[in-house]
Each structure stands twice: as C-alpha cells, then as structure tokens.
Design a protein around this ligand. Sequence first.
Ligand code: RB5
Length: 143
Amino acid sequence: MKFYIATDHAAYKIKSSVIDILEDLGCEVVDLGPENSDRVDYPDFAHKLCFEVLKDEGSYGILICGTGIGMSLAANKHKGIRAALCHDAYTAQMAREHNDANIICFGERVVGMGVIESILKTFIESEFEGGRHENRVNKIEIE
Ligand code: RB5
C-alpha cells in the first residue's frame, strides 16, 4: 500500500514515528512535509497531499494536525477525497469498510502512539465492503 503523509507543526514531532510504523507494516511512504516544526497552516499541507493522492490512483493519505479536525475539513473539500477522522481501531475499520476512506486523519493531541499504531494497522488490513455502502458513498459528493 502506498501512503502520502503530511502534518502541520502540531504533529511534526510524530511524523517520523508514523512513517516508521507504516514502513514496518510493508507500506511505501512519501513524506510531503513539513520539514521542521516551524508554524504552518494545515490547509496548505492537506491540499498538497490531496492533489498527490488524486493523481496517484490507488494511493492513500495520512494527515495529522493537533486534533485532526482541520486536516479532515480541508481534505474533504476535494472531489474524490474521502478523509476520515479516526480516533481508534474501530473508527479506522469502519472508515475503510463502510466509507471507502482514502485518507485517514488523526490528532497528535488526541491519540497516543499505541492507538495510532492500531489505527494504521487496522486501516491497512480493512477493505471496502461495497454492496449497500457503495451507493451511499456515491451519494456523498454533490455537483
Ligand atoms: C494548531 O494549533 C491546531 O489548530 C491544528 O493543529 C489543528 O488541530 C487544527 O484543526
């Protein structure tokens, strides 16, 4: 599985640990920044990542800020992006199985590394169920 990852300054400090977890799980990871902990605006990184995920069919994204809220709000402005704010393994599982999420968001100030590891592992191992969920997912976007 290929992931693009981006954070803001609030989550910069955990970015390399998250990349390590993903690589240990056999994923390819592309780091879209930031490159240091200087203050940045989360929408800039959310939009940068969404453009890459949309260009690279079959890829996924991880967006992390303080709460995960700002990143998910910005990402979901993109047609074709389904960014799920996850708090635990259950929400990560549902994000894939029911919502066909292609981006996972979480908050560095909300979840610890143990929970983050279980979110990532579950997201990777879960698959979209299709069926009745497909019709619902197709209804998310409006012209
Ligand atoms: C930064 O202080 C914080 O607002 C940001 O990381 C994020 O939580 C926004 O949703």
